[in-house]
Design a protein around this ligand. Structure first.
Ligand code: AMP
Ligand code: MN
Ligand code: MN
Length: 321
C-alpha cells in the first residue's frame, strides 16, 4: 500500500482500533486516522474504538467520539488495526476478525502483520509517523497534524530515543508549520504528572533494586500500593524510563500487579539487550529498546525468569566485544 486513499474504494463503513491500555502513539494515530478518513470520505461511517484513553489526551478535539463500548455487532467494510497486531486489540478483536478487509499499520518489530494488507515498518519511530507517510499531504489539517505530532513525540520520548530518525524530524518540522502550541501540548500530555503520580514514581524508584552487577534494575508496584496512592495503571507511565536512566543500567524492568499472581511487565534497554526478544519469549512484544508482556506467577519468579533471558543476552553481547 502506498497511500491510505488507494485502499478505500467503495468503503461505506470503516472501523479503527488500537491496542489495550492505549499509549500516546496509539491514541494519536487512531485520532489522526479518524479525522483523516472523515475528511476523505464524508459520506462513510467512521467509528474509532479504544479503551478509554488517559485523560491528558482530552487536548485532542473530537476524542470524545472514540467508542469505548464494544457491543457493536456490525461487519465493517474495512478495519484498521493501528500500533499492534490482532492479539492486542482487546475487545475490538471480534470487529477486526469480522471485517471484510483488514488493514494493519504498525511499527512493532514483533508484529508479523495480521491483516489482508500490512504496513509494518519497525524502523519507524511510531505508528503516527508511518500513518503520516500514508496520507495525502493536502488532506492534512491542523488537528491531524497535532495528533501526529503528539503521537511521534510520545513514542520517541520527545525526540530523544534512538528511534528518532532524520525523517522523523523532517515530518515534525512539516507539522510545526501548522502553528499549533506544540510546547504546551507536550507539557500537558507528556511531562505534567499529578501529585499522586509523582508520589508513586518516587516510591517505585525508592524501592527499586539493582542486580546482575548493577546492569539490571527492577521495581514492582503492588495492588496495595496502587490502592494506597489511589492510582491506576495509566498513572504508572514513565516509571520504567526513570529506572532506565540510572547510570550503569543496561536493562530496566518495571512491573505492576494487574490481578492475583498476574503482572504487566515493561522493559527498557540501553542498547545491549534486545528486550523485544525477551518479551516475545513470554508472550509479549515490542521494540529492541522498549517492550512489554504480561506474566503470571509471583513477582520474584517473574524477575528470575526474565533475568535468565537478559543474562544470556548480556553474556552474548559481552562475548562479541
Ligand atoms: P510499555 O512497556 O507498555 O510502555 O510498552 C513498550 C513497548 O512494547 C510498546 O511499544 C508496546 O506497544 C509494546 N508492548 C508492551 N506490552 C506488549 C505486549 N504484551 N505485546 C506486544 N507488545 C507489547
Ligand atoms: Mn503503543
Ligand atoms: Mn507505537
Amino acid at each position: 500500500m502506498k497511500r491510505i486513499s488507494s485502499e478505500l474504494k467503495d468503503a461505506k463503513t470503516i472501523a479503527i482500533g488500537g491496542h489495550v491500555r492505549p499509549d500516546g502513539d496509539c491514541v494519536c494515530s487512531v485520532m489522526a486516522l479518524y479525522r483523516y478518513l472523515k475528511k476523505e470520505l464524508p459520506e462513510a461511517r467512521i467509528d474509532a474504538y479504544l479503551e478509554t484513553p488517559p485523560a491528558v489526551f482530552r487536548v485532542l478535539p473530537g476524542i470524545e467520539n472514540i467508542k469505548s463500548e464494544f457491543d457493536n455487532k456490525e461487519t465493517y467494510d474495512i478495519f484498521f488495526a493501528l500500533d499492534c497486531n490482532e492479539e492486542r486489540l482487546g475487545e475490538a478483536r471480534p470487529l477486526f476478525d469480522r471485517a471484510r478487509r483488514r488493514i494493519n499499520i504498525d511499527h512493532h518489530i514483533s508484529n508479523t502483520g495480521c491483516g489482508d494488507v500490512n504496513v509494518v515498518e519497525p524502523e519507524r519511530s511510531s505508528t503516527s509517523e508511518l500513518l503520516y507517510e500514508l496520507m495525502e499531504p493536502e488532506l492534512v489539517d491542523e488537528e491531524i497534524a497535532k495528533a501526529v505530532y503528539i503521537g511521534i513525540a510520545h513514542d520517541t520520548g520527545v525526540f530523544r530515543y534512538s528511534n528518532t530518525s532524520v525523517r522523523t524530524m523532517e515530518i515534525a518540522a512539516n507539522l510545526l508549520k501548522f502553528g499549533f502550541d506544540f510546547s504546551g501540548l507536550i507539557e500537558k500530555t507528556f511531562y505534567e504528572k499529578t501529585y499522586v503520580q509523582t508520589q508513586i514514581t518516587g516510591r517505585a524508584i525508592l524501592e527499586s533494586i539493582r542486580f546482575m552487577n548493577n546492569k539490571c534494575i527492577v521495581s514492582v508496584v503492588t495492588r496495595r500500593m496502587m490502592d494506597f496512592y489511589q492510582v491506576g495503571p495509566k498513572d504508572l507511565d514513565g516509571i520504567v524510563n526513570q529506572l532506565q536512566g540510572v547510570k550503569g543500567v543496561e536493562c530496566a524492568i518495571f512491573m505492576y500487579e494487574i490481578g492475583t499472581l498476574s503482572y504487566k511487565v515493561s522493559m527498557r534497554s540501553n542498547g545491549l539487550v534486545d528486550v523485544a526478544g525477551v518479551a516475545v519469549k513470554f508472550g509479549g512484544g515490542g521494540h529492541l529498546r522498549a517492550a512489554g508482556c504480561t506474566m503470571n506467577g509471583t513477582c520474584h519468579d517473574n524477575i528470575n525468569n526474565l533475568s535468565r533471558e537478559i543474562a544470556s543476552q548480556l553474556k552474548k553481547a559481552q562475548e562479541q566485544v
